[in-house]
Ligand binder design. Structure first.
Ligand code: ADP
Ligand code: AIR
Ligand code: ASP
Length: 283
């Protein structure tokens, strides 16, 4: 693990070179940041939970035909993913008003939106990831119209699927952020795949009855123990046993490795579908 060459260190993850040129390793750190990194804390066990939750959700999404970068879990904190060129856009899908939407438009938190809302942010930390429109994306060449259409179509399917999945577990999917990546095939064809992670770091998840928050807002707004919230989500998804695997800041590693193994076996059976090109090679 330590001998791997680091490609990039972000706020919550590290990207290492993978075993071949088409893959990279995503390492999930315990660092929690908010407000563009201004608030920072290391929270033992967070990386393990996000790795686990994201691996599971990506596998589920592959199962409904969403192409993702996820290949398999390596260990508690690492997963092997396809190497992609990240599209410099954050796509946010919202079902319920919260966060920056409330601040920007003066909405009351918890208001159910008449229709899910798709927003785009330019992925640029120095600028604080500003809100942009589709025209900005095209004008500045951050994605072309084919790519944009594909990303938006995937986001709607993901929203439908995840809404159903979480509501069956008593959780409301308030909003979430997606990142996509480009992969070029042997013949120059382009594939767009879902990349990065899907976890309580980039989804808002509330208890459907009480409204209790189980996502990163616990940290952003000092609402209580973050790991407790993330463990609750993992428990609901059936990924860890009731009572959790992290106690007093230490992870039950033995149990976690056994669970990783089971998840990988399930993933092997579900995935392995061919990617479909977004657009053919330019003539
Ligand atoms: P940030 O860069 O915002 O601090 P992270 O700490 O999560 O975020 O770092 C992970 C970085 O890796 C992100 O910038 C993300 O866009 C990028 N990334 C995610 N998936 C892949 C992938 N499959 N290939 C290459 N880069 C990826
Ligand atoms: N998000 C956006 N940028 C980074 C992240 N993690 C996610 C938030 C939230 C959604 O996108 O976690 O689920 C909308 O965030 P906001 O702050 O725009 O309301
Ligand atoms: N991901 C951003 C940060 O770490 C924004 C956020 O999640 O609040 O600062």
């Amino acid at each position: 693990m330590t001998r791997r060459k680091m490609i990039y260190e972000g706020k919550a993850k590290i990207i290492y070179e993978g075993p071949d040129a088409n893959t990279v390793v995503q390492y999930f750190k315990d660092d929690a940041t908010a407000f563009n990194g201004k608030k920072h804390e290391v929270i033992a066990g967070k990386g393990v939970l996000n790795n686990r939750i994201s691996a599971h959700l990506m596998t589920k999404l592959e199962g409904i035909g969403i192409p993702t970068h996820f290949i398999r879990s390596i260990n508690m904190r690492e997963q092997l993913v396809r190497s992609v060129e990240i599209v410099p856009i954050e796509l946010v899908m919202r079902n319920v008003a919260a966060g920056s939407l409330c601040k920007r438009l003066g909405l009351k938190e918890g208001e159910i939106l008449r229709k899910p809302l798709v927003e785009f942010y330019y992925k640029k930390d120095e600028l604080g990831d500003p809100l942009i429109g589709e025209d900005h994306i095209i004008t500045f060449g951050w994605a072309d119209p084919y790519e944009l259409e594909e990303m938006v179509a995937m986001a709607w399917r993901i929203n439908d699927y995840l809404n159903g999945l979480f509501s069956a577990l008593g959780l409301t999917l308030v909003d979430f952020k997606l990142e996509f990546g480009r992969i070029w095939g042997e013949h120059g064809e382009l594939y767009i795949v879902l990349a990065d992670e899907i976890s309580p770091d980039n989804c808002r998840l509330w208890d459907s009855k009480t409204g209790e928050k189980f996502d990163k807002d616990r940290f952003r707004q000092d609402l209580g123990d973050l790991v407790e919230g993330y463990q609750y989500v993992a428990e609901r998804l059936g990924l860890i046993p009731e009572g959790g695997i992290i106690k007093g800041g230490s992870v039950n590693e033995k149990m976690m490795e056994g669970l990783d193994q089971i998840e990988n076996e399930l993933a092997e059976r579900r995935r392995l579908r061919d990617l479909k090109p977004t657009r053919p090679r330019k003539a």
